[in-house]
Design a protein around this ligand. Sequence first.
Ligand code: CA
Ligand code: CA
Ligand code: CA
Length: 559
Amino acid sequence: MKKSFSVLIIFLLTVTFVFSGCGKEEQSSSGASSGVSSQVAAEYKDPIKGVQAVASKDKIRNYYEVFVYSFCDSNGDGIGDFKGLTSKLDYINDGDPNSGNDLGVDALWLMPIMPSPSYHKYNCTDYYGIHPEYGTMEDFEEFMEEAHKRGVEVIIDLVLNHASSQHPWFIKACQEISNDNNWDGYARYFNFKKSDTKPPHWWLVTGTDDVYYEGNFHGGMPEWNLAADCVRDEFKKIMKFWIDKGVDGFRLDAVKYFTQEDCTSTEFLKWLYPAAKEYKEDIYMVGEHWVNGADVIENYESGIDSMFNFSYSDSGGKFASAVNMSSGAKLCKTLKEYQARIRENNPDAIDALFISNHDQVRSATYFGQILEKEKMAAALYMLFPGNSYIYYGEELGMTSIETDESKRTPMIWSTTDKTGITELPPTIVNDNIPKGGGVAEQLEDGNSLLNYYRRIITIKNQNPEIARGKIIKTIDFDDSEVGAFITENDGKQVMIVHNLSGESTKTLTLTEEMLKNPSICADLVASGKPQSDKDAEHITLTDGKLVMPPYSTVVLKAK
Ligand code: CA
Ligand code: CA
Ligand code: CA
């Protein structure tokens, strides 16, 4: 008697709770009996809450590409610097993978930091220094210490293809040739040749009428002779210098142009990568070879950890077109094949995935600043195996136009408080304020792009097998808009399903052959309200039926 009475109380309380919790529309449109069961089923508990995240101890990382110039200015001269960057490390990673208080990336790629006459610094005059506007070597060392304290690894841009035409050795080389016809001094370090006519991408040495130097980008960027022993000896010294400063690896600029008459890019990397490993066994190296396909795959023969996956990036790349065309199934199949191919050349290959970088139009721009698409793209590229690279400001939805400078504008920390915000690079007039506001505003908005990125990274840190796995199969749901695959690492399987439709909710039937006893361990819904909001649309899994709202992603594990 007493028992049945309390059951009745609980029943009445439940009904009251359910009805007070649902929206007006549902109250008026649904009858009591049918309404109760569907609303009880919809009750939502955030699956990522309380799950422990672990800090990475290996080379598999979430990278954040930073242009120091535009990130944070500490001394009011309008130019970003190391003290400014150090002051923002807590935004990047506060050192506690479970704090929920930071972006959560655990590695930084710094665009060039060495002294250079250009604002972007991709042509340096001294490979052993810090550009004075960025601060001192002590500032850099302090930054490295603070980054490492937080478990954040740092790789720096290493521009080995070319120097600045103001590099003292290049100036000396030109003088030796033009004054003394001496080709045995500094001339050995660069690519010079005699020619009756000007070869394309070669530039006349001042004071001569038939000596040219190679400069594939422009005359201000003379190219090193990568086949010369004297150059390689110097490069070893440079790598050792920065490794001794604590850097965890290098991003290699312009790998495409490593190929010269007597040396291919892969041959050069076959020398460079082991040479760096002599100084640091666990060094991480990622190369920029901006072409599609075969050459990049060949570069992996050198043993290099990563090569940027350019054909999936940018406005015309495979991630953008998958989102814009809602072609999830095709994307997963293609990427599975690509990753298998790079592992044929290097079994330890780590794919380097991104949607935009400092040379490309910002992703928010090519997604038309449509928040749901930006979120969908982020979940898509970051949840494949490999290392993901977020370009600073991408997590805010910063925009750009076609010019290089517009792709590298100041990080927007706040739309009202200018503290730390740098001045625009030369010649730029637009300031690219993201639609959702700056960091301060987006942190306050549970539905912001920034909070979506934070959730994705939390999910990756809670489930280390996502990034470390190999795609063992793709799952065909007979729906081109749905992309699904299973990754495996150390015998642990994870299934990831994306609904790339912007309009349709998908109901998918899961079978035992796909994954045994699947349960949802993480969910991401790009449309509508913050995930934690009980009135938001949610992904559900009931009796093998997976229901996914438009632009959503789910991570499933075997129970
Ligand atoms: Ca400054
Ligand atoms: Ca944290
Ligand atoms: Ca070259």
